[in-house]
Design a protein around this ligand. Structure first.
Ligand SMILES: Cc1cc2nc3c(=O)[nH]c(=O)nc-3n(C[C@H](O)[C@H](O)[C@H](O)COP(=O)(O)OP(=O)(O)OC[C@H]3O[C@@H](n4cnc5c(N)ncnc54)[C@H](O)[C@@H]3O)c2cc1C
Length: 522
């Protein structure tokens, strides 16, 4: 039977087969009889996974994403079996560079909340009380997240005032505004906490406090990588999905979300073919989905405020990533590279300034002002020695235009910027690095724009500005009946959780009982 036939209706259509789409689809399949209410993922690329992927260059395997916090409750719940390696020892090291004297100060952040707290209190006795107060407060605020409802009723909202006082008080604050309340003065301690804000792609004076507190607490508890690379995570999702009877259509771009009388009816793909369903979950860039696939006029007819919000959504920055395959003569473990994440930064206002310039469309990354992450996956999960260098924030600029129209210039620009970045890593973190490089693969904002379909090449979804996050974000339940977009800021954990929340909405709270998070096991 042709899909164009309105009688062949899917229970659910999911646009995009990244981790959000996969989680949405598995959630449906887990709670429905897929023979009677089939679920279909439509993905434009030839494989599932989106940014949760690995790629190969000359015998080296590189990952796009680098670490996940503890998602085990969600994996168990969905029946996903994935072998993970936990980062041991230090979760993060910060290399604070003075570019004038070329001196480097190293600050080490151990895994485990209590260990982290003790270490900071011991090393910065003049701020010990303030550090303790801040960390305990942020921990309590983090655990309040378990008491939040995604779409609270009026009575539940009233209860939240009592059950989540810290969240209520700080939900519209930036991380800096929240942090400043605790009177921490030591610049090194400030540097350490600012590094957590930067993980979301925004500086501490712009990122929502709740975002940073959530990321900090979850990652410090546990940070992992899939043993066989991030592609294995996507593979395990796909396996589980297919076991549950889910269907996939690859190499197919959705170009329209069909809406009639304020209700979703299905989608139309490139070439004009239509697929019908009363439920559609879109997991692609919300600006593209709302503006181009639905049309702001269509949304406006139902809810002008939502249309306005969709127009104003701000996406996270893009990035330059350099994946390096190395020979086996470098003592990476001896250099302490077996920690989760090394932040190499000129510190102070650097990240804020880089971000300010990024917002103006400039790139201010230079020898005197930089901020980057350096990760060594092979020391955690094995395989041929490799490192990945990630620079955020980077704007799209002319990257896409050059990639499409002037490949020579694009390659030249890639070479110049990657050489600058590698020189800095060699100077401040891995001596003689260049001598040991066998393979170099550089991803630019154009790479991310192309693969994700995000016009800005955004790598972390919606940017967690205070007015773009939490209760102020673009709602997951769109005003078009049956159309949802489980999008969140930053990362695999948030993507999976958003997808579960949408599943819960569709199933009238059968999954999470309306809670924002899975309840922890007793
Ligand atoms: C370099 C990099 C490093 C990262 N590091 C981390 C990390 O260490 N930890 C972490 O938690 N997160 C990390 N992230 C972020 C994380 O990978 C993403 O937040 C997450 O994978 C996004 O998943 P998604 O499904 O929402 O979107 P995507 O992965 O972008 O998936 C969207 C899918 O939709 C498809 N699509 C787009 N348009 C259409 C269309 N019209 N029709 C059909 N299909 C379409 C795309 O092809 C894509 O497969 C990183 C991201 C990048 C890029």
């Amino acid at each position: 039977m042709s899909q164009d036939d309105k009688n062949k209706k899917n229970g659910l259509i999911v646009i995009g087969g990244g981790i959000t789409g996969l989680t949405s689809a598995v959630t449906w399949a887990r709670f429905h009889d897929t023979e009677k209410e089939p679920v279909l993922i439509i993905e434009k690329e030839p494989k599932l996974g989106g940014f949760v992927t690995s790629y190969h260059r000359k015998g080296y395997q590189f990952d796009t994403s680098q670490m996940i916090s503890n998602c085990n409750d969600m994996f168990d719940f969905l029946g996903i079996e994935i072998d993970l390696k936990r980062f041991k020892g230090y979760y993060t090291r910060i290399f604070l560079v003075n570019p004038d004297t070329e001196k480097v100060k190293v600050m080490e952040i151990p895994s485990g909340f209590e260990k982290f707290k003790k270490k900071l209190m011991k090393e910065y006795p003049e701020n010990a009380k303030q550090v303790e107060k801040f960390l305990d407060h942020s921990r309590a605020m983090y655990t309040e997240l378990f008491k939040l409802k995604t779409e609270p009723t009026f009575v539940e909202l009233l209860k939240t005032v009592v059950s989540c006082p810290k969240i209520i008080k700080n939900s519209s604050k930036t991380f800096k505004e929240y942090f400043d309340q605790f009177g921490i003065t030591n610049p090194d301690v400030i540097e350490i906490f600012d590094a957590f804000a930067a993980f979301s792609g925004l500086p501490g004076d712009r990122a929502a406090a709740l975002m940073t507190v959530g990321a900090m607490n979850s990652l410090i508890d546990n940070a992992y990588r899939p043993t066989k690379g991030f592609t294995e995570l996507a593979n395990q999702f796909e396996k589980r999905y297919k076991e549950l009877g889910g269907e996939v259509l690859l190499k197919t771009r959705v170009e329209k979300i069909l809406v009639d009388n304020g209700e979703v009816k299905g989608v139309q793909v490139e070439g004009g073919k239509k697929f019908y369903s009363d439920y559609v979950i879109t997991t692609i860039d919300p600006k593209v989905a709302m503006k181009e696939l639905v049309g702001l006029d269509t949304i406006s007819e139902v809810d002008p405020k939502f249309a306005e919000k969709a127009e104003q959504v701000r996406m996270s920055p893009s990035s330059i990533n350099i994946a390096l395959g190395l020979d086996d003569k470098l003592d990476l473990a001896g250099l302490g590279m077996d920690c989760g994440y090394n932040v190499v930064t000129t510190g102070g206002e650097s990240f804020s300034k880089l971000f300010e310039e990024y917002e103006k469309g400039n790139m201010a990354f230079s020898e005197k002002q930089f901020h980057m992450g350096v990760i060594c996956p092979s020391l955690t999960t094995g395989g041929k020695p490799n490192i990945t260098i990630r620079v955020v924030p980077i704007g799209l600029g002319d990257w896409l235009e050059l990639r499409e129209n002037n490949r020579k210039e694009y390659d030249k620009k890639k070479e110049e910027i990657s050489n600058l970045i590698i020189d800095l890593v060699e100077k401040y973190l891995i001596p003689d690095l260049k001598k040991h490089i066998i393979v170099k693969d550089v991803s630019t904002p154009a790479t991310y724009a192309k693969y994700s379909g995000s016009p800005t090449g955004s790598i972390y979804g919606m940017a967690p500005f205070t007015d773009n996050f939490g209760r102020s974000r673009l709602k997951m339940r769109t005003p078009i009946k049956g159309l949802f977009q489980p999008l969140f800021s930053h990362g695999i954990f948030g993507c999976m959780l958003g997808a579960l929340q949408v599943g819960d909405m569709i199933l009238n709270r059968e999954i999470l009982d309306g809670n924002a998070r899975l309840k922890p096991k007793e």
